[in-house]
Design a protein around this ligand. Structure first.
Ligand code: ADP
Ligand code: MG
Length: 878
């Protein structure tokens, strides 16, 4: 395509487009955003809008599609969803006064991680843009140093972290998973990072020039923004790669919103890895803390998670904070106790709890609203929303008056009613102000004299025009004479064709229609000048005043942010109290002992799923001595995995400061909680390889301490029986033995042999999930009892799965014989051989194979095939 042939507009378009090759460019032309060339083709496909062309008649028509400017938000949302970014190019001078082509500039780049627009954001989730980078040379210990920075521009939250040492990479990735950023930046030179981040499914990853990750640059830029001489005051001393990442994040925002002020970003917070319990990806996933294991399936009700069961918050700020609490359990006993005391008070004070929740329901997202004030994105109605939210503050404070717990008292002491801000909005902004500025009627009567005068002129002007109409009807004797108004001509007098002969000579003709003619008079044009002049003046004055009010609110953004934090905390604490009351949860005793003692514990999610069947509560006793490692056996589907998870969840809930589903609980704090779920139980991702299983186990054995809580669910499944058993056995010993780990552990296994460990190690105890056999069927009692399961019940499961009767009967026979004493050691005298001498001439070879079959990991069809094969072998003498 030869560019010189193109029209000036297209040339301008292509020049601007060159700066945004990866985004769809919305090019403002009058009341439309137009897209050309490749963008037009792509947008028409993604947005289902018609593709046409410009300069159709030319030999080289330009593909074109367009959307009305006021409908752009919906289309932008669609493109973002499709994984694209959008560059918004506006006319930056008034077309009326422009000489030649109107100047145009990209004023905003829409990318998933940089959104501030309420309509694109999920209220209950943060919207972080993060950047990662790595020290170019290995540090002194031979490991890389990772820097991670995150900024949620919708709330102004900004933090940096560094990770080093042997687990640095894993911890950095775990943190990314926890944050769930919408977009990740990384230096394009770092190919190796790419392989890690592409694992983060659904997150947009954007390579950036390595120069953007410069720590010194970043320091200077951020110091200028925060108006400080050093970032030490934020705890950033000694940081390098973290600042590099922070700089990349900052620059990216500058590029996407070149004209915006980021004054609501008031600080960069140094986060430490040890501020909270470090939860790894596998544990967050296995325990279904925030996402269901089987994912979100279309058409199916969204799976329940611990968060969804626990979340009784009523504000978006509270919802986001609860998620954060849940993913960052505390390690400090006193901090936990402070939360627990507050929850306890709120749980007991029923009337206040109800009142607080009712008031909070009318509080909107103050965090995001105040950000939009500084970004000058907030409209009149958002100011009203802010005012209404703030007006609840005195009432809320009064409700908190009666509480004595230290956390609630502190919140009350830091309280700020923000009355000046709500009064400002109250006085200045019309309570029924419209959504957008251009609709007018924003400034409240009595706030500004000139506005009131202009409005009066406008009203009077209309009266004058009505009076003029009456006078002219009189003078001309035309009853149908009308004074009308339209956008193009302004005011005019309209006379129907039939009355044209009565038109006086001082009328001047403006336009002829089919049935009427339109006229002007000197008096009317004089009136019009006054009326429309005041209209325009009023509009621009209202806009100016509104801008001033918004900027004054923006100056108070740090106060608004602290109040939003306070309200979120009140909401979360009240929500936890509500969840405790509704779920019959109990306040745990937390201490620094090594005891985990739970009476009648329940799994918070499983118990909420099935209402017909009562959840069977179970006790737990773990400690650093005799009850260090519990081996749990029992048939498939008995409830082993549920029990393991319930213990971990009770510990985690206690450590976020929540009550727990039990009738009594004493929790000796855990420094970490690890989970390893066996290959066949791991529904997520389908990477059920033995390698993954062993990598995760290695990670646990290398990272756990004797203060950790470990859940091992059916490990060793991914390999052959003997391999698996040996590994499971050795892992159990390693965890149990104090000179290695000595961590508190729950170990569910289908290997019976493991129960022998109880007699070999003093900290190991056997438990089983009780089942009752009834007429050859297994009834699940879901009760955890001391002692190991005596058998595997594989055949019962096979029966439940619908294997044909003869197969079950025969399997039962084979099993009974196999289970006779000495059947393995002395094959020459086994009863099997004795009974079935003719059909089993060389029984030992088959018996060995039967013994090695891992019934639990077979499908019914596999089992049937295998059985058929064995049967063939035993009926055909070898
Ligand atoms: P396992 O790990 O032993 O195969 P699961 O823990 O997966 O068994 O439990 C199987 C099912 O049994 C669960 O999905 C749940 O519906 C039910 N279940 C488990 N524990 C209980 C319980 N304590 N009370 C009631 N139902 C339970
Ligand atoms: Mg299981």
């Amino acid at each position: 395509m030869t560019h010189s042939d193109a029209s000036p507009l297209i040339r301008q378009y292509r020049e601007i487009k060159r700066g945004y090759p990866d985004s769809v460019l919305f090019f403002r032309v009058g009341d439309f955003y137009e897209m050309f060339d490749e963008d037009a083709r792509e947008a028409s496909r993604l947005l289902s809008i018609a593709l046409t062309s410009r300069d159709k008649s030319s030999t080289d028509p330009v593909p074109l599609c367009g959307i009305p400017y006021h409908a752009s938000q919906g289309y932008i949302a669609k493109l973002l969803k499709a994984g694209r970014t959008v560059a918004l190019c506006e006319q930056v001078e008034d077309p009326k006064s422009a000489k030649g082509l109107v100047r145009r500039e990209v004023v905003r780049l829409y990318t998933p991680g940089t959104l501030v627009d309420t309509e694109f954001l999920s209220p209950s989730e943060s919207n972080f843009l993060t950047a990662i980078c790595r020290s170019s040379r290995s540090a002194a210990d031979g490991h890389f140093l990772w820097g991670l920075a995150g900024l949620d521009v919708s709330t102004g939250e900004f933090w940096v972290m560094e990770f080093g040492g042997i687990a640095g990479t894993a911890q950095m990735l775990d943190e990314l998973v926890r944050v769930e950023p919408r977009e990740v930046l990384y230096p394009e030179s770092a190919q190796s990072i790419l392989s890690f981040v592409t694992d983060l499914r659904g997150i947009k990853v954007c390579p950036q020039p390595a120069t953007k990750f410069n720590a010194e640059h970043a320091s200077i830029t951020l110091q200028t923004h925060f108006q400080v001489h050093s970032l030490d005051g934020f705890g950033c001393q000694g940081l390098t790669v973290a600042l590099g990442s922070a700089g990349a994040v900052w620059q990216y925002f500058r590029e996407t919103q070149p004209t915006a002020s980021f004054d609501h970003v008031r600080r960069v917070q140094r986060r430490w890895n040890h501020d909270a319990m470090h939860l790894d990806q596998a544990t967050i996933r296995n325990l279904e803390l925030v996402r269901p294991l089987n994912g979100d399936q279309p058409g199916v009700e969204r799976g329940k998670t611990v968060l969804s069961v626990l979340d009784r918050t009523v504000t978006s700020m509270g919802g986001r904070l609860l998620r954060d609490w849940l993913l960052r359990p505390l390690l400090d006993r006193e901090a936990i106790q402070r939360r627990l005391d507050a929850v306890a008070e709120l749980k007991n004070a029923v009337p206040q709890r109800v009142a607080i929740r009712t008031i909070l329901r009318s509080v909107q997202d103050i965090a995001r609203l105040s950000s939009r004030m500084t970004l000058r994105a907030a409209g009149p109605r958002e100011c009203i929303a802010l005012k209404e939210s703030l007006s609840t503050l005195p009432e809320l404070r009064a409700q908190l008056e009666t509480f004595n717990s230290s956390l609630l008292t502190t919140l009350r002491d830091q309280w700020d009613d923000c009355r000046d801000i709500s009064t400002l909005i109250e006085d200045a902004i019309h309570p029924e102000a419209p959504l957008v500025l251009r609709d007018g009627n924003i400034i409240r009567e009595g706030y500004h004299g000139a506005v009131d005068d202009l409005r009066k002129t406008r009203v009077e002007g209309k009266e004058w025009i009505a009076a003029l109409e009456a006078r002219e009807r009189n003078r001309t004797g035309i009853d149908s004479l009308k004074i009308r108004y339209n956008q193009v001509f302004g005011y005019y007098i309209e006379i129907t064709k039939a009355n044209l002969q009565k038109v006086p000579p001082d009328y001047s003709r403006k336009q002829t229609l089919v049935n009427a003619e339109r006229f002007m008079t000197h008096e009317l044009s004089e009136l019009e000048r006054r009326v429309t002049g005041s209209e325009a003046q009023l509009a621009s004055l209202e806009e100016e005043l509104f801008g001033q009010v918004r900027d004054r609110i923006a100056r108070e953004v740090s106060r608004l942010q602290s109040m939003s934090g306070l309200l979120a905390t009140v909401d979360v604490l009240t929500g936890l109290a509500e969840a405790a009351a509704l779920g019959r949860y109990v306040q745990p005793t937390v201490d620094n002992s090594d005891v985990i003692a739970i009476v009648d514990g329940r799994h918070p999610v499983v118990e909420s799923l099935n209402h017909e069947q009562m959840f069977v509560a179970n006790d737990t006793r773990l400690d650093g001595n005799d009850n260090r490692l519990l081996i749990l056996t029992g048939p498939n589907m008995a409830g082993k995995s549920t029990y393991l998870r319930q213990v971990a969840l009770i510990v985690l809930l206690a450590q976020i400061g929540s009550f727990v589903p039990a009738t009594e609980a004493r929790i000796g704090l855990a420094d970490r909680v690890f989970t390893r779920v066996g290959a066949s139980d791991n529904l997520a991702g389908g990477q059920s390889t033995f390698m993954v299983e062993m990598t995760e186990s290695a990670h646990i054995l290398n990272s756990a301490t004797n203060r950790s809580l470990i859940l091992l669910d059916e490990i060793g499944r991914g390999t052959s029986t003997y391999d698996g058993l040996s590994i499971a056995w050795a892992i159990a010993e390693y965890i149990h033995d104090q000179h290695y780990l000595g961590a508190r552990t729950l170990f569910a296994t289908h290997y019976h042999e493991m129960t022998q460990l109880e007699s070999l190690r003093d900290g190991i105890k056997n438990y089983r999930v009780a089942v009752r056999e009834q007429d050859g069927d297994v009834v699940f009692l879901r009760k955890i009892m001391p002692g190991g399961a005596d058998r595997s019940y594989g055949i019962h499961v096979a029966k439940l799965a619908g294997l044909p009767g003869p197969v079950i009967t025969r399997a039962q026979e084979v099993l009974t014989r196999l289970e006779q004493p000495d059947s393995s050691s002395e094959s020459t005298t086994t009863p099997l051989q004795h009974d079935d001498r003719r059909t089993l001439p060389q029984p030992h070879s088959v018996i060995d194979e039967v013994r090695q079959i891992d019934l639990f990991s077979m499908t019914p069809l596999d089992a049937l095939n295998r059985l058929a094969e064995l049967q063939k072998r035993v009926t055909q003498p070898q």
